[in-house]
Design a protein around this ligand. Structure first.
Ligand SMILES: NC(=O)c1ccc[n+]([C@@H]2O[C@H](COP(=O)([O-])OP(=O)(O)OC[C@H]3O[C@@H](n4cnc5c(N)ncnc54)[C@H](OP(=O)(O)O)[C@@H]3O)[C@@H](O)[C@H]2O)c1
Length: 395
């Protein structure tokens, strides 16, 4: 699934690589455009897509001048087309159009949030186009299908998630059989030190206030419940072909050590840096090279101490769901993701309390046990069933 890290093939691009940015209006998408703007000789953006935010999409398109833009919300086609009239930029609408255009590039940045990012990611990989992957849900929902698509077409996945990019960077030059286990670091989110007895009174505003990272709403709430780490453990299992027990989690409040690989000889490598997504985004674009960039540097003299401790599974009951979902397999990880998407939105809408999120997810996982996860249709059925399951339980 990932490129050969033992002997990475050098890249000698004669022309800028043609880039499709799926989810360009989101947190990762906008940062991808900022990174790409630093390297016009290496990267040319040909496609931008968004869900509903046609105004920002139009603004980005006027700036970047892609060949085409796609908005998932068909009702937004008319105002978007009007905003881009006379530019020569093709304007398309609908989720199917995103899937159709995804492979029209040399490299796809997959940064759509949620299971909606699965089909375009698979379309690119099936067509043999490499994907720089932020959309972790694609691997959580359909890791085996993504792996099979890569094997059949020869396409590769390059991780954008900071923890997975850290592992990727640590693994360059190493033989896969030398890996004993990996440890994903977790900031612990805004409620790391809060009394769990008060979790029922957590407000959406408090959950959206992450101490170290500025991100989209779903991943920010997922960081607060630590469900984000659950998704990341499953993501790591697929990306690096690991057994469930080879993926561990440690809380590291400063978010300076982005993750660790432990090797069979007792040595360990960590990747370290200021918490900014621009470094992993750029590395996914530049691999196996590194491009100079003005991103913030660590100040070693003032860094101070770095802390690590075991996560508290009684305060954050989402965490054990990672191992449960991986061991159950089938449709259970798809149900986990779908249930979480609905539960997080329900929390943001004030319809459930913070501790209800992992409870609803676990119940939807139980409901999905035994269901097939062998085909895309089966997984999408499980996704729909889990969404309906949670919606029926909302007050
Ligand atoms: N943000 C981070 O720092 C970070 C770090 C690591 C991994 N990730 C992962 O990266 C992905 C994106 O996260 P984010 O924080 O950038 O999310 P975000 O800010 O919410 O942006 C999501 C993007 O997806 C688009 N979108 C939403 N629903 C869609 C649909 N049904 N069809 C097509 N497009 C749709 C949105 O368009 P609109 O703007 O029009 O709604 C937006 O462009 C997630 O999988 C997340 O877990 C994010």
């Amino acid at each position: 699934m990932i490129p050969d890290l033992r002997h990475p093939a050098p890249r000698h691009p004669r022309a800028p690589r043609r880039l499709a940015v799926l989810g360009s209006t989101g947190s990762i998408g906008t940062q991808t455009l900022e990174v790409a703007a630093l390297h016009p000789e290496a990267v040319r953006i040909v496609t931008l897509t968004a869900g509903r935010n046609w105004k920002l999409l139009a603004e980005q398109a006027r700036e970047v001048r892609p060949e085409r833009v796609v908005i998932a919300d068909e009702a937004a086609h008319a105002p978007l087309a009007e905003a881009l009239a006379g530019t020569g930029i093709e304007v398309l609408a609908g989720e199917a159009a995103i899937v159709d255009v995804a492979p029209e590039a040399d490299l796809v940045v997959a940064a759509i949030v949620g299971a909606a990012g699965l089909r375009p990611t698979l379309a690119a990989l099936c067509a043999g186009v490499d994907v720089a992957l932020a959309t972790k849900e694609a691997l959580v929902v359909a890791g085996a299908l993504v792996r099979d698509a890569c094997e059949a077409s020869g396409a590769h996945v390059l991780p954008i998630d900071s923890e997975h990019s850290a592992l990727f960077q640590c693994l360059v030059g190493e033989p896969p059989e030398a890996v004993e286990r990996v440890v994903l670091t977790a900031s612990g989110g805004p409620f790391r030190d809060r009394d769990p007895k008060t979790f029922a009174s957590i407000t959406p505003e408090e959950a959206l206030d992450h101490p170290n990272w500025s991100m989209g709403a779903r991943i920010t709430v997922d960081s607060a419940t630590m469900m984000n780490k659950v998704l990341e453990v499953i993501e790591a299992r697929w990306l690096y072909d690991l057994r469930p027990e080879q993926v561990g989690v440690v809380v590291h409040p400063q978010s300076i050590v982005h993750s660790v690989v432990e090797f069979v000889d007792g040595s360990a490598k960590a990747q370290i840096g200021v918490p900014t997504m621009k470094v992993p985004i750029q590395y996914a674009l530049s691999f196996p090279d590194r491009w100079p960039a003005p991103f913030p540097r660590l100040d070693w003299a003032t860094l101070g101490s770095l802390d690590f401790h075991a996560p508290d599974e009684s305060a954050f009951p989402a965490l054990p769901l990672a191992q449960e979902a991986m061991r159950a397999g089938g449709a259970v990880p798809a149900a986990l993701n779908a249930a979480d998407e609905v539960a997080v939105q329900a929390f943001l809408d004030g319809r459930v309390r913070f501790p209800d999120i992992p409870r609803l997810v676990e119940a939807a996982m139980d409901d999905a046990r035994g269901a097939s996860g062998e085909s895309l249709d089966a997984l999408l059925d499980a996704d729909a069933r889990a969404r309906a399951f949670v919606r029926q339980r909302l007050v």
